[in-house]
Design a protein around this ligand. Sequence first.
Ligand code: SF4
Ligand code: SF4
Length: 167
Amino acid sequence: MPGSFEETAEAICAGCGGKCCHEAHPPLSPARIEEFRARGVPPSVIEFVGYTRMKSHDNGMCIMCSGGKCRVHAFKPETCVAGPFTFEVQDHTLRLFLKHETICPLVPYLKADADAYATQFRMAVKSLMVLVRSLPAQELDVINRIPEPETELVAEIPIPPGESGAP
Ligand code: SF4
Ligand code: SF4
């Protein structure tokens, strides 16, 4: 596929239709909730189900997805910024997983482009560290129990004690 990785990603994601936004329920840090409020996103799009998260439509698609596009792309939740990397926290360690291409068709293109992979990996770590440092332990515990099938572990990064509510 010709063009930059960004152009490739745009085309792949457009063709995919946003699988990662289906039943996504991304968690929201206090800072993101405040940003939503400041930008006029109504609080009705958020719910608390063991952790604070985005609601979905009845068909499972994230409430912020419209016509295959994210309505809050410029300030989307931390886990959305991190995709197709996902995470769990165990023993004060941020464990990063990469989705299999069966659930994210962008992954093979990311794996084939070392620079793009490194850039997205750095962005994922930065974004997820912000999230885990801001969430209380009880919420992280609920998030940790959400199954993440069809992923592979790609990194384990220590979180200094006291810098997260991590169990
Ligand atoms: S699942 Fe992957 S390819 Fe599909 S929209 Fe999400 S990031 Fe893009
Ligand atoms: S906030 Fe945006 S990127 Fe995240 S799941 Fe919802 S529509 Fe997708």
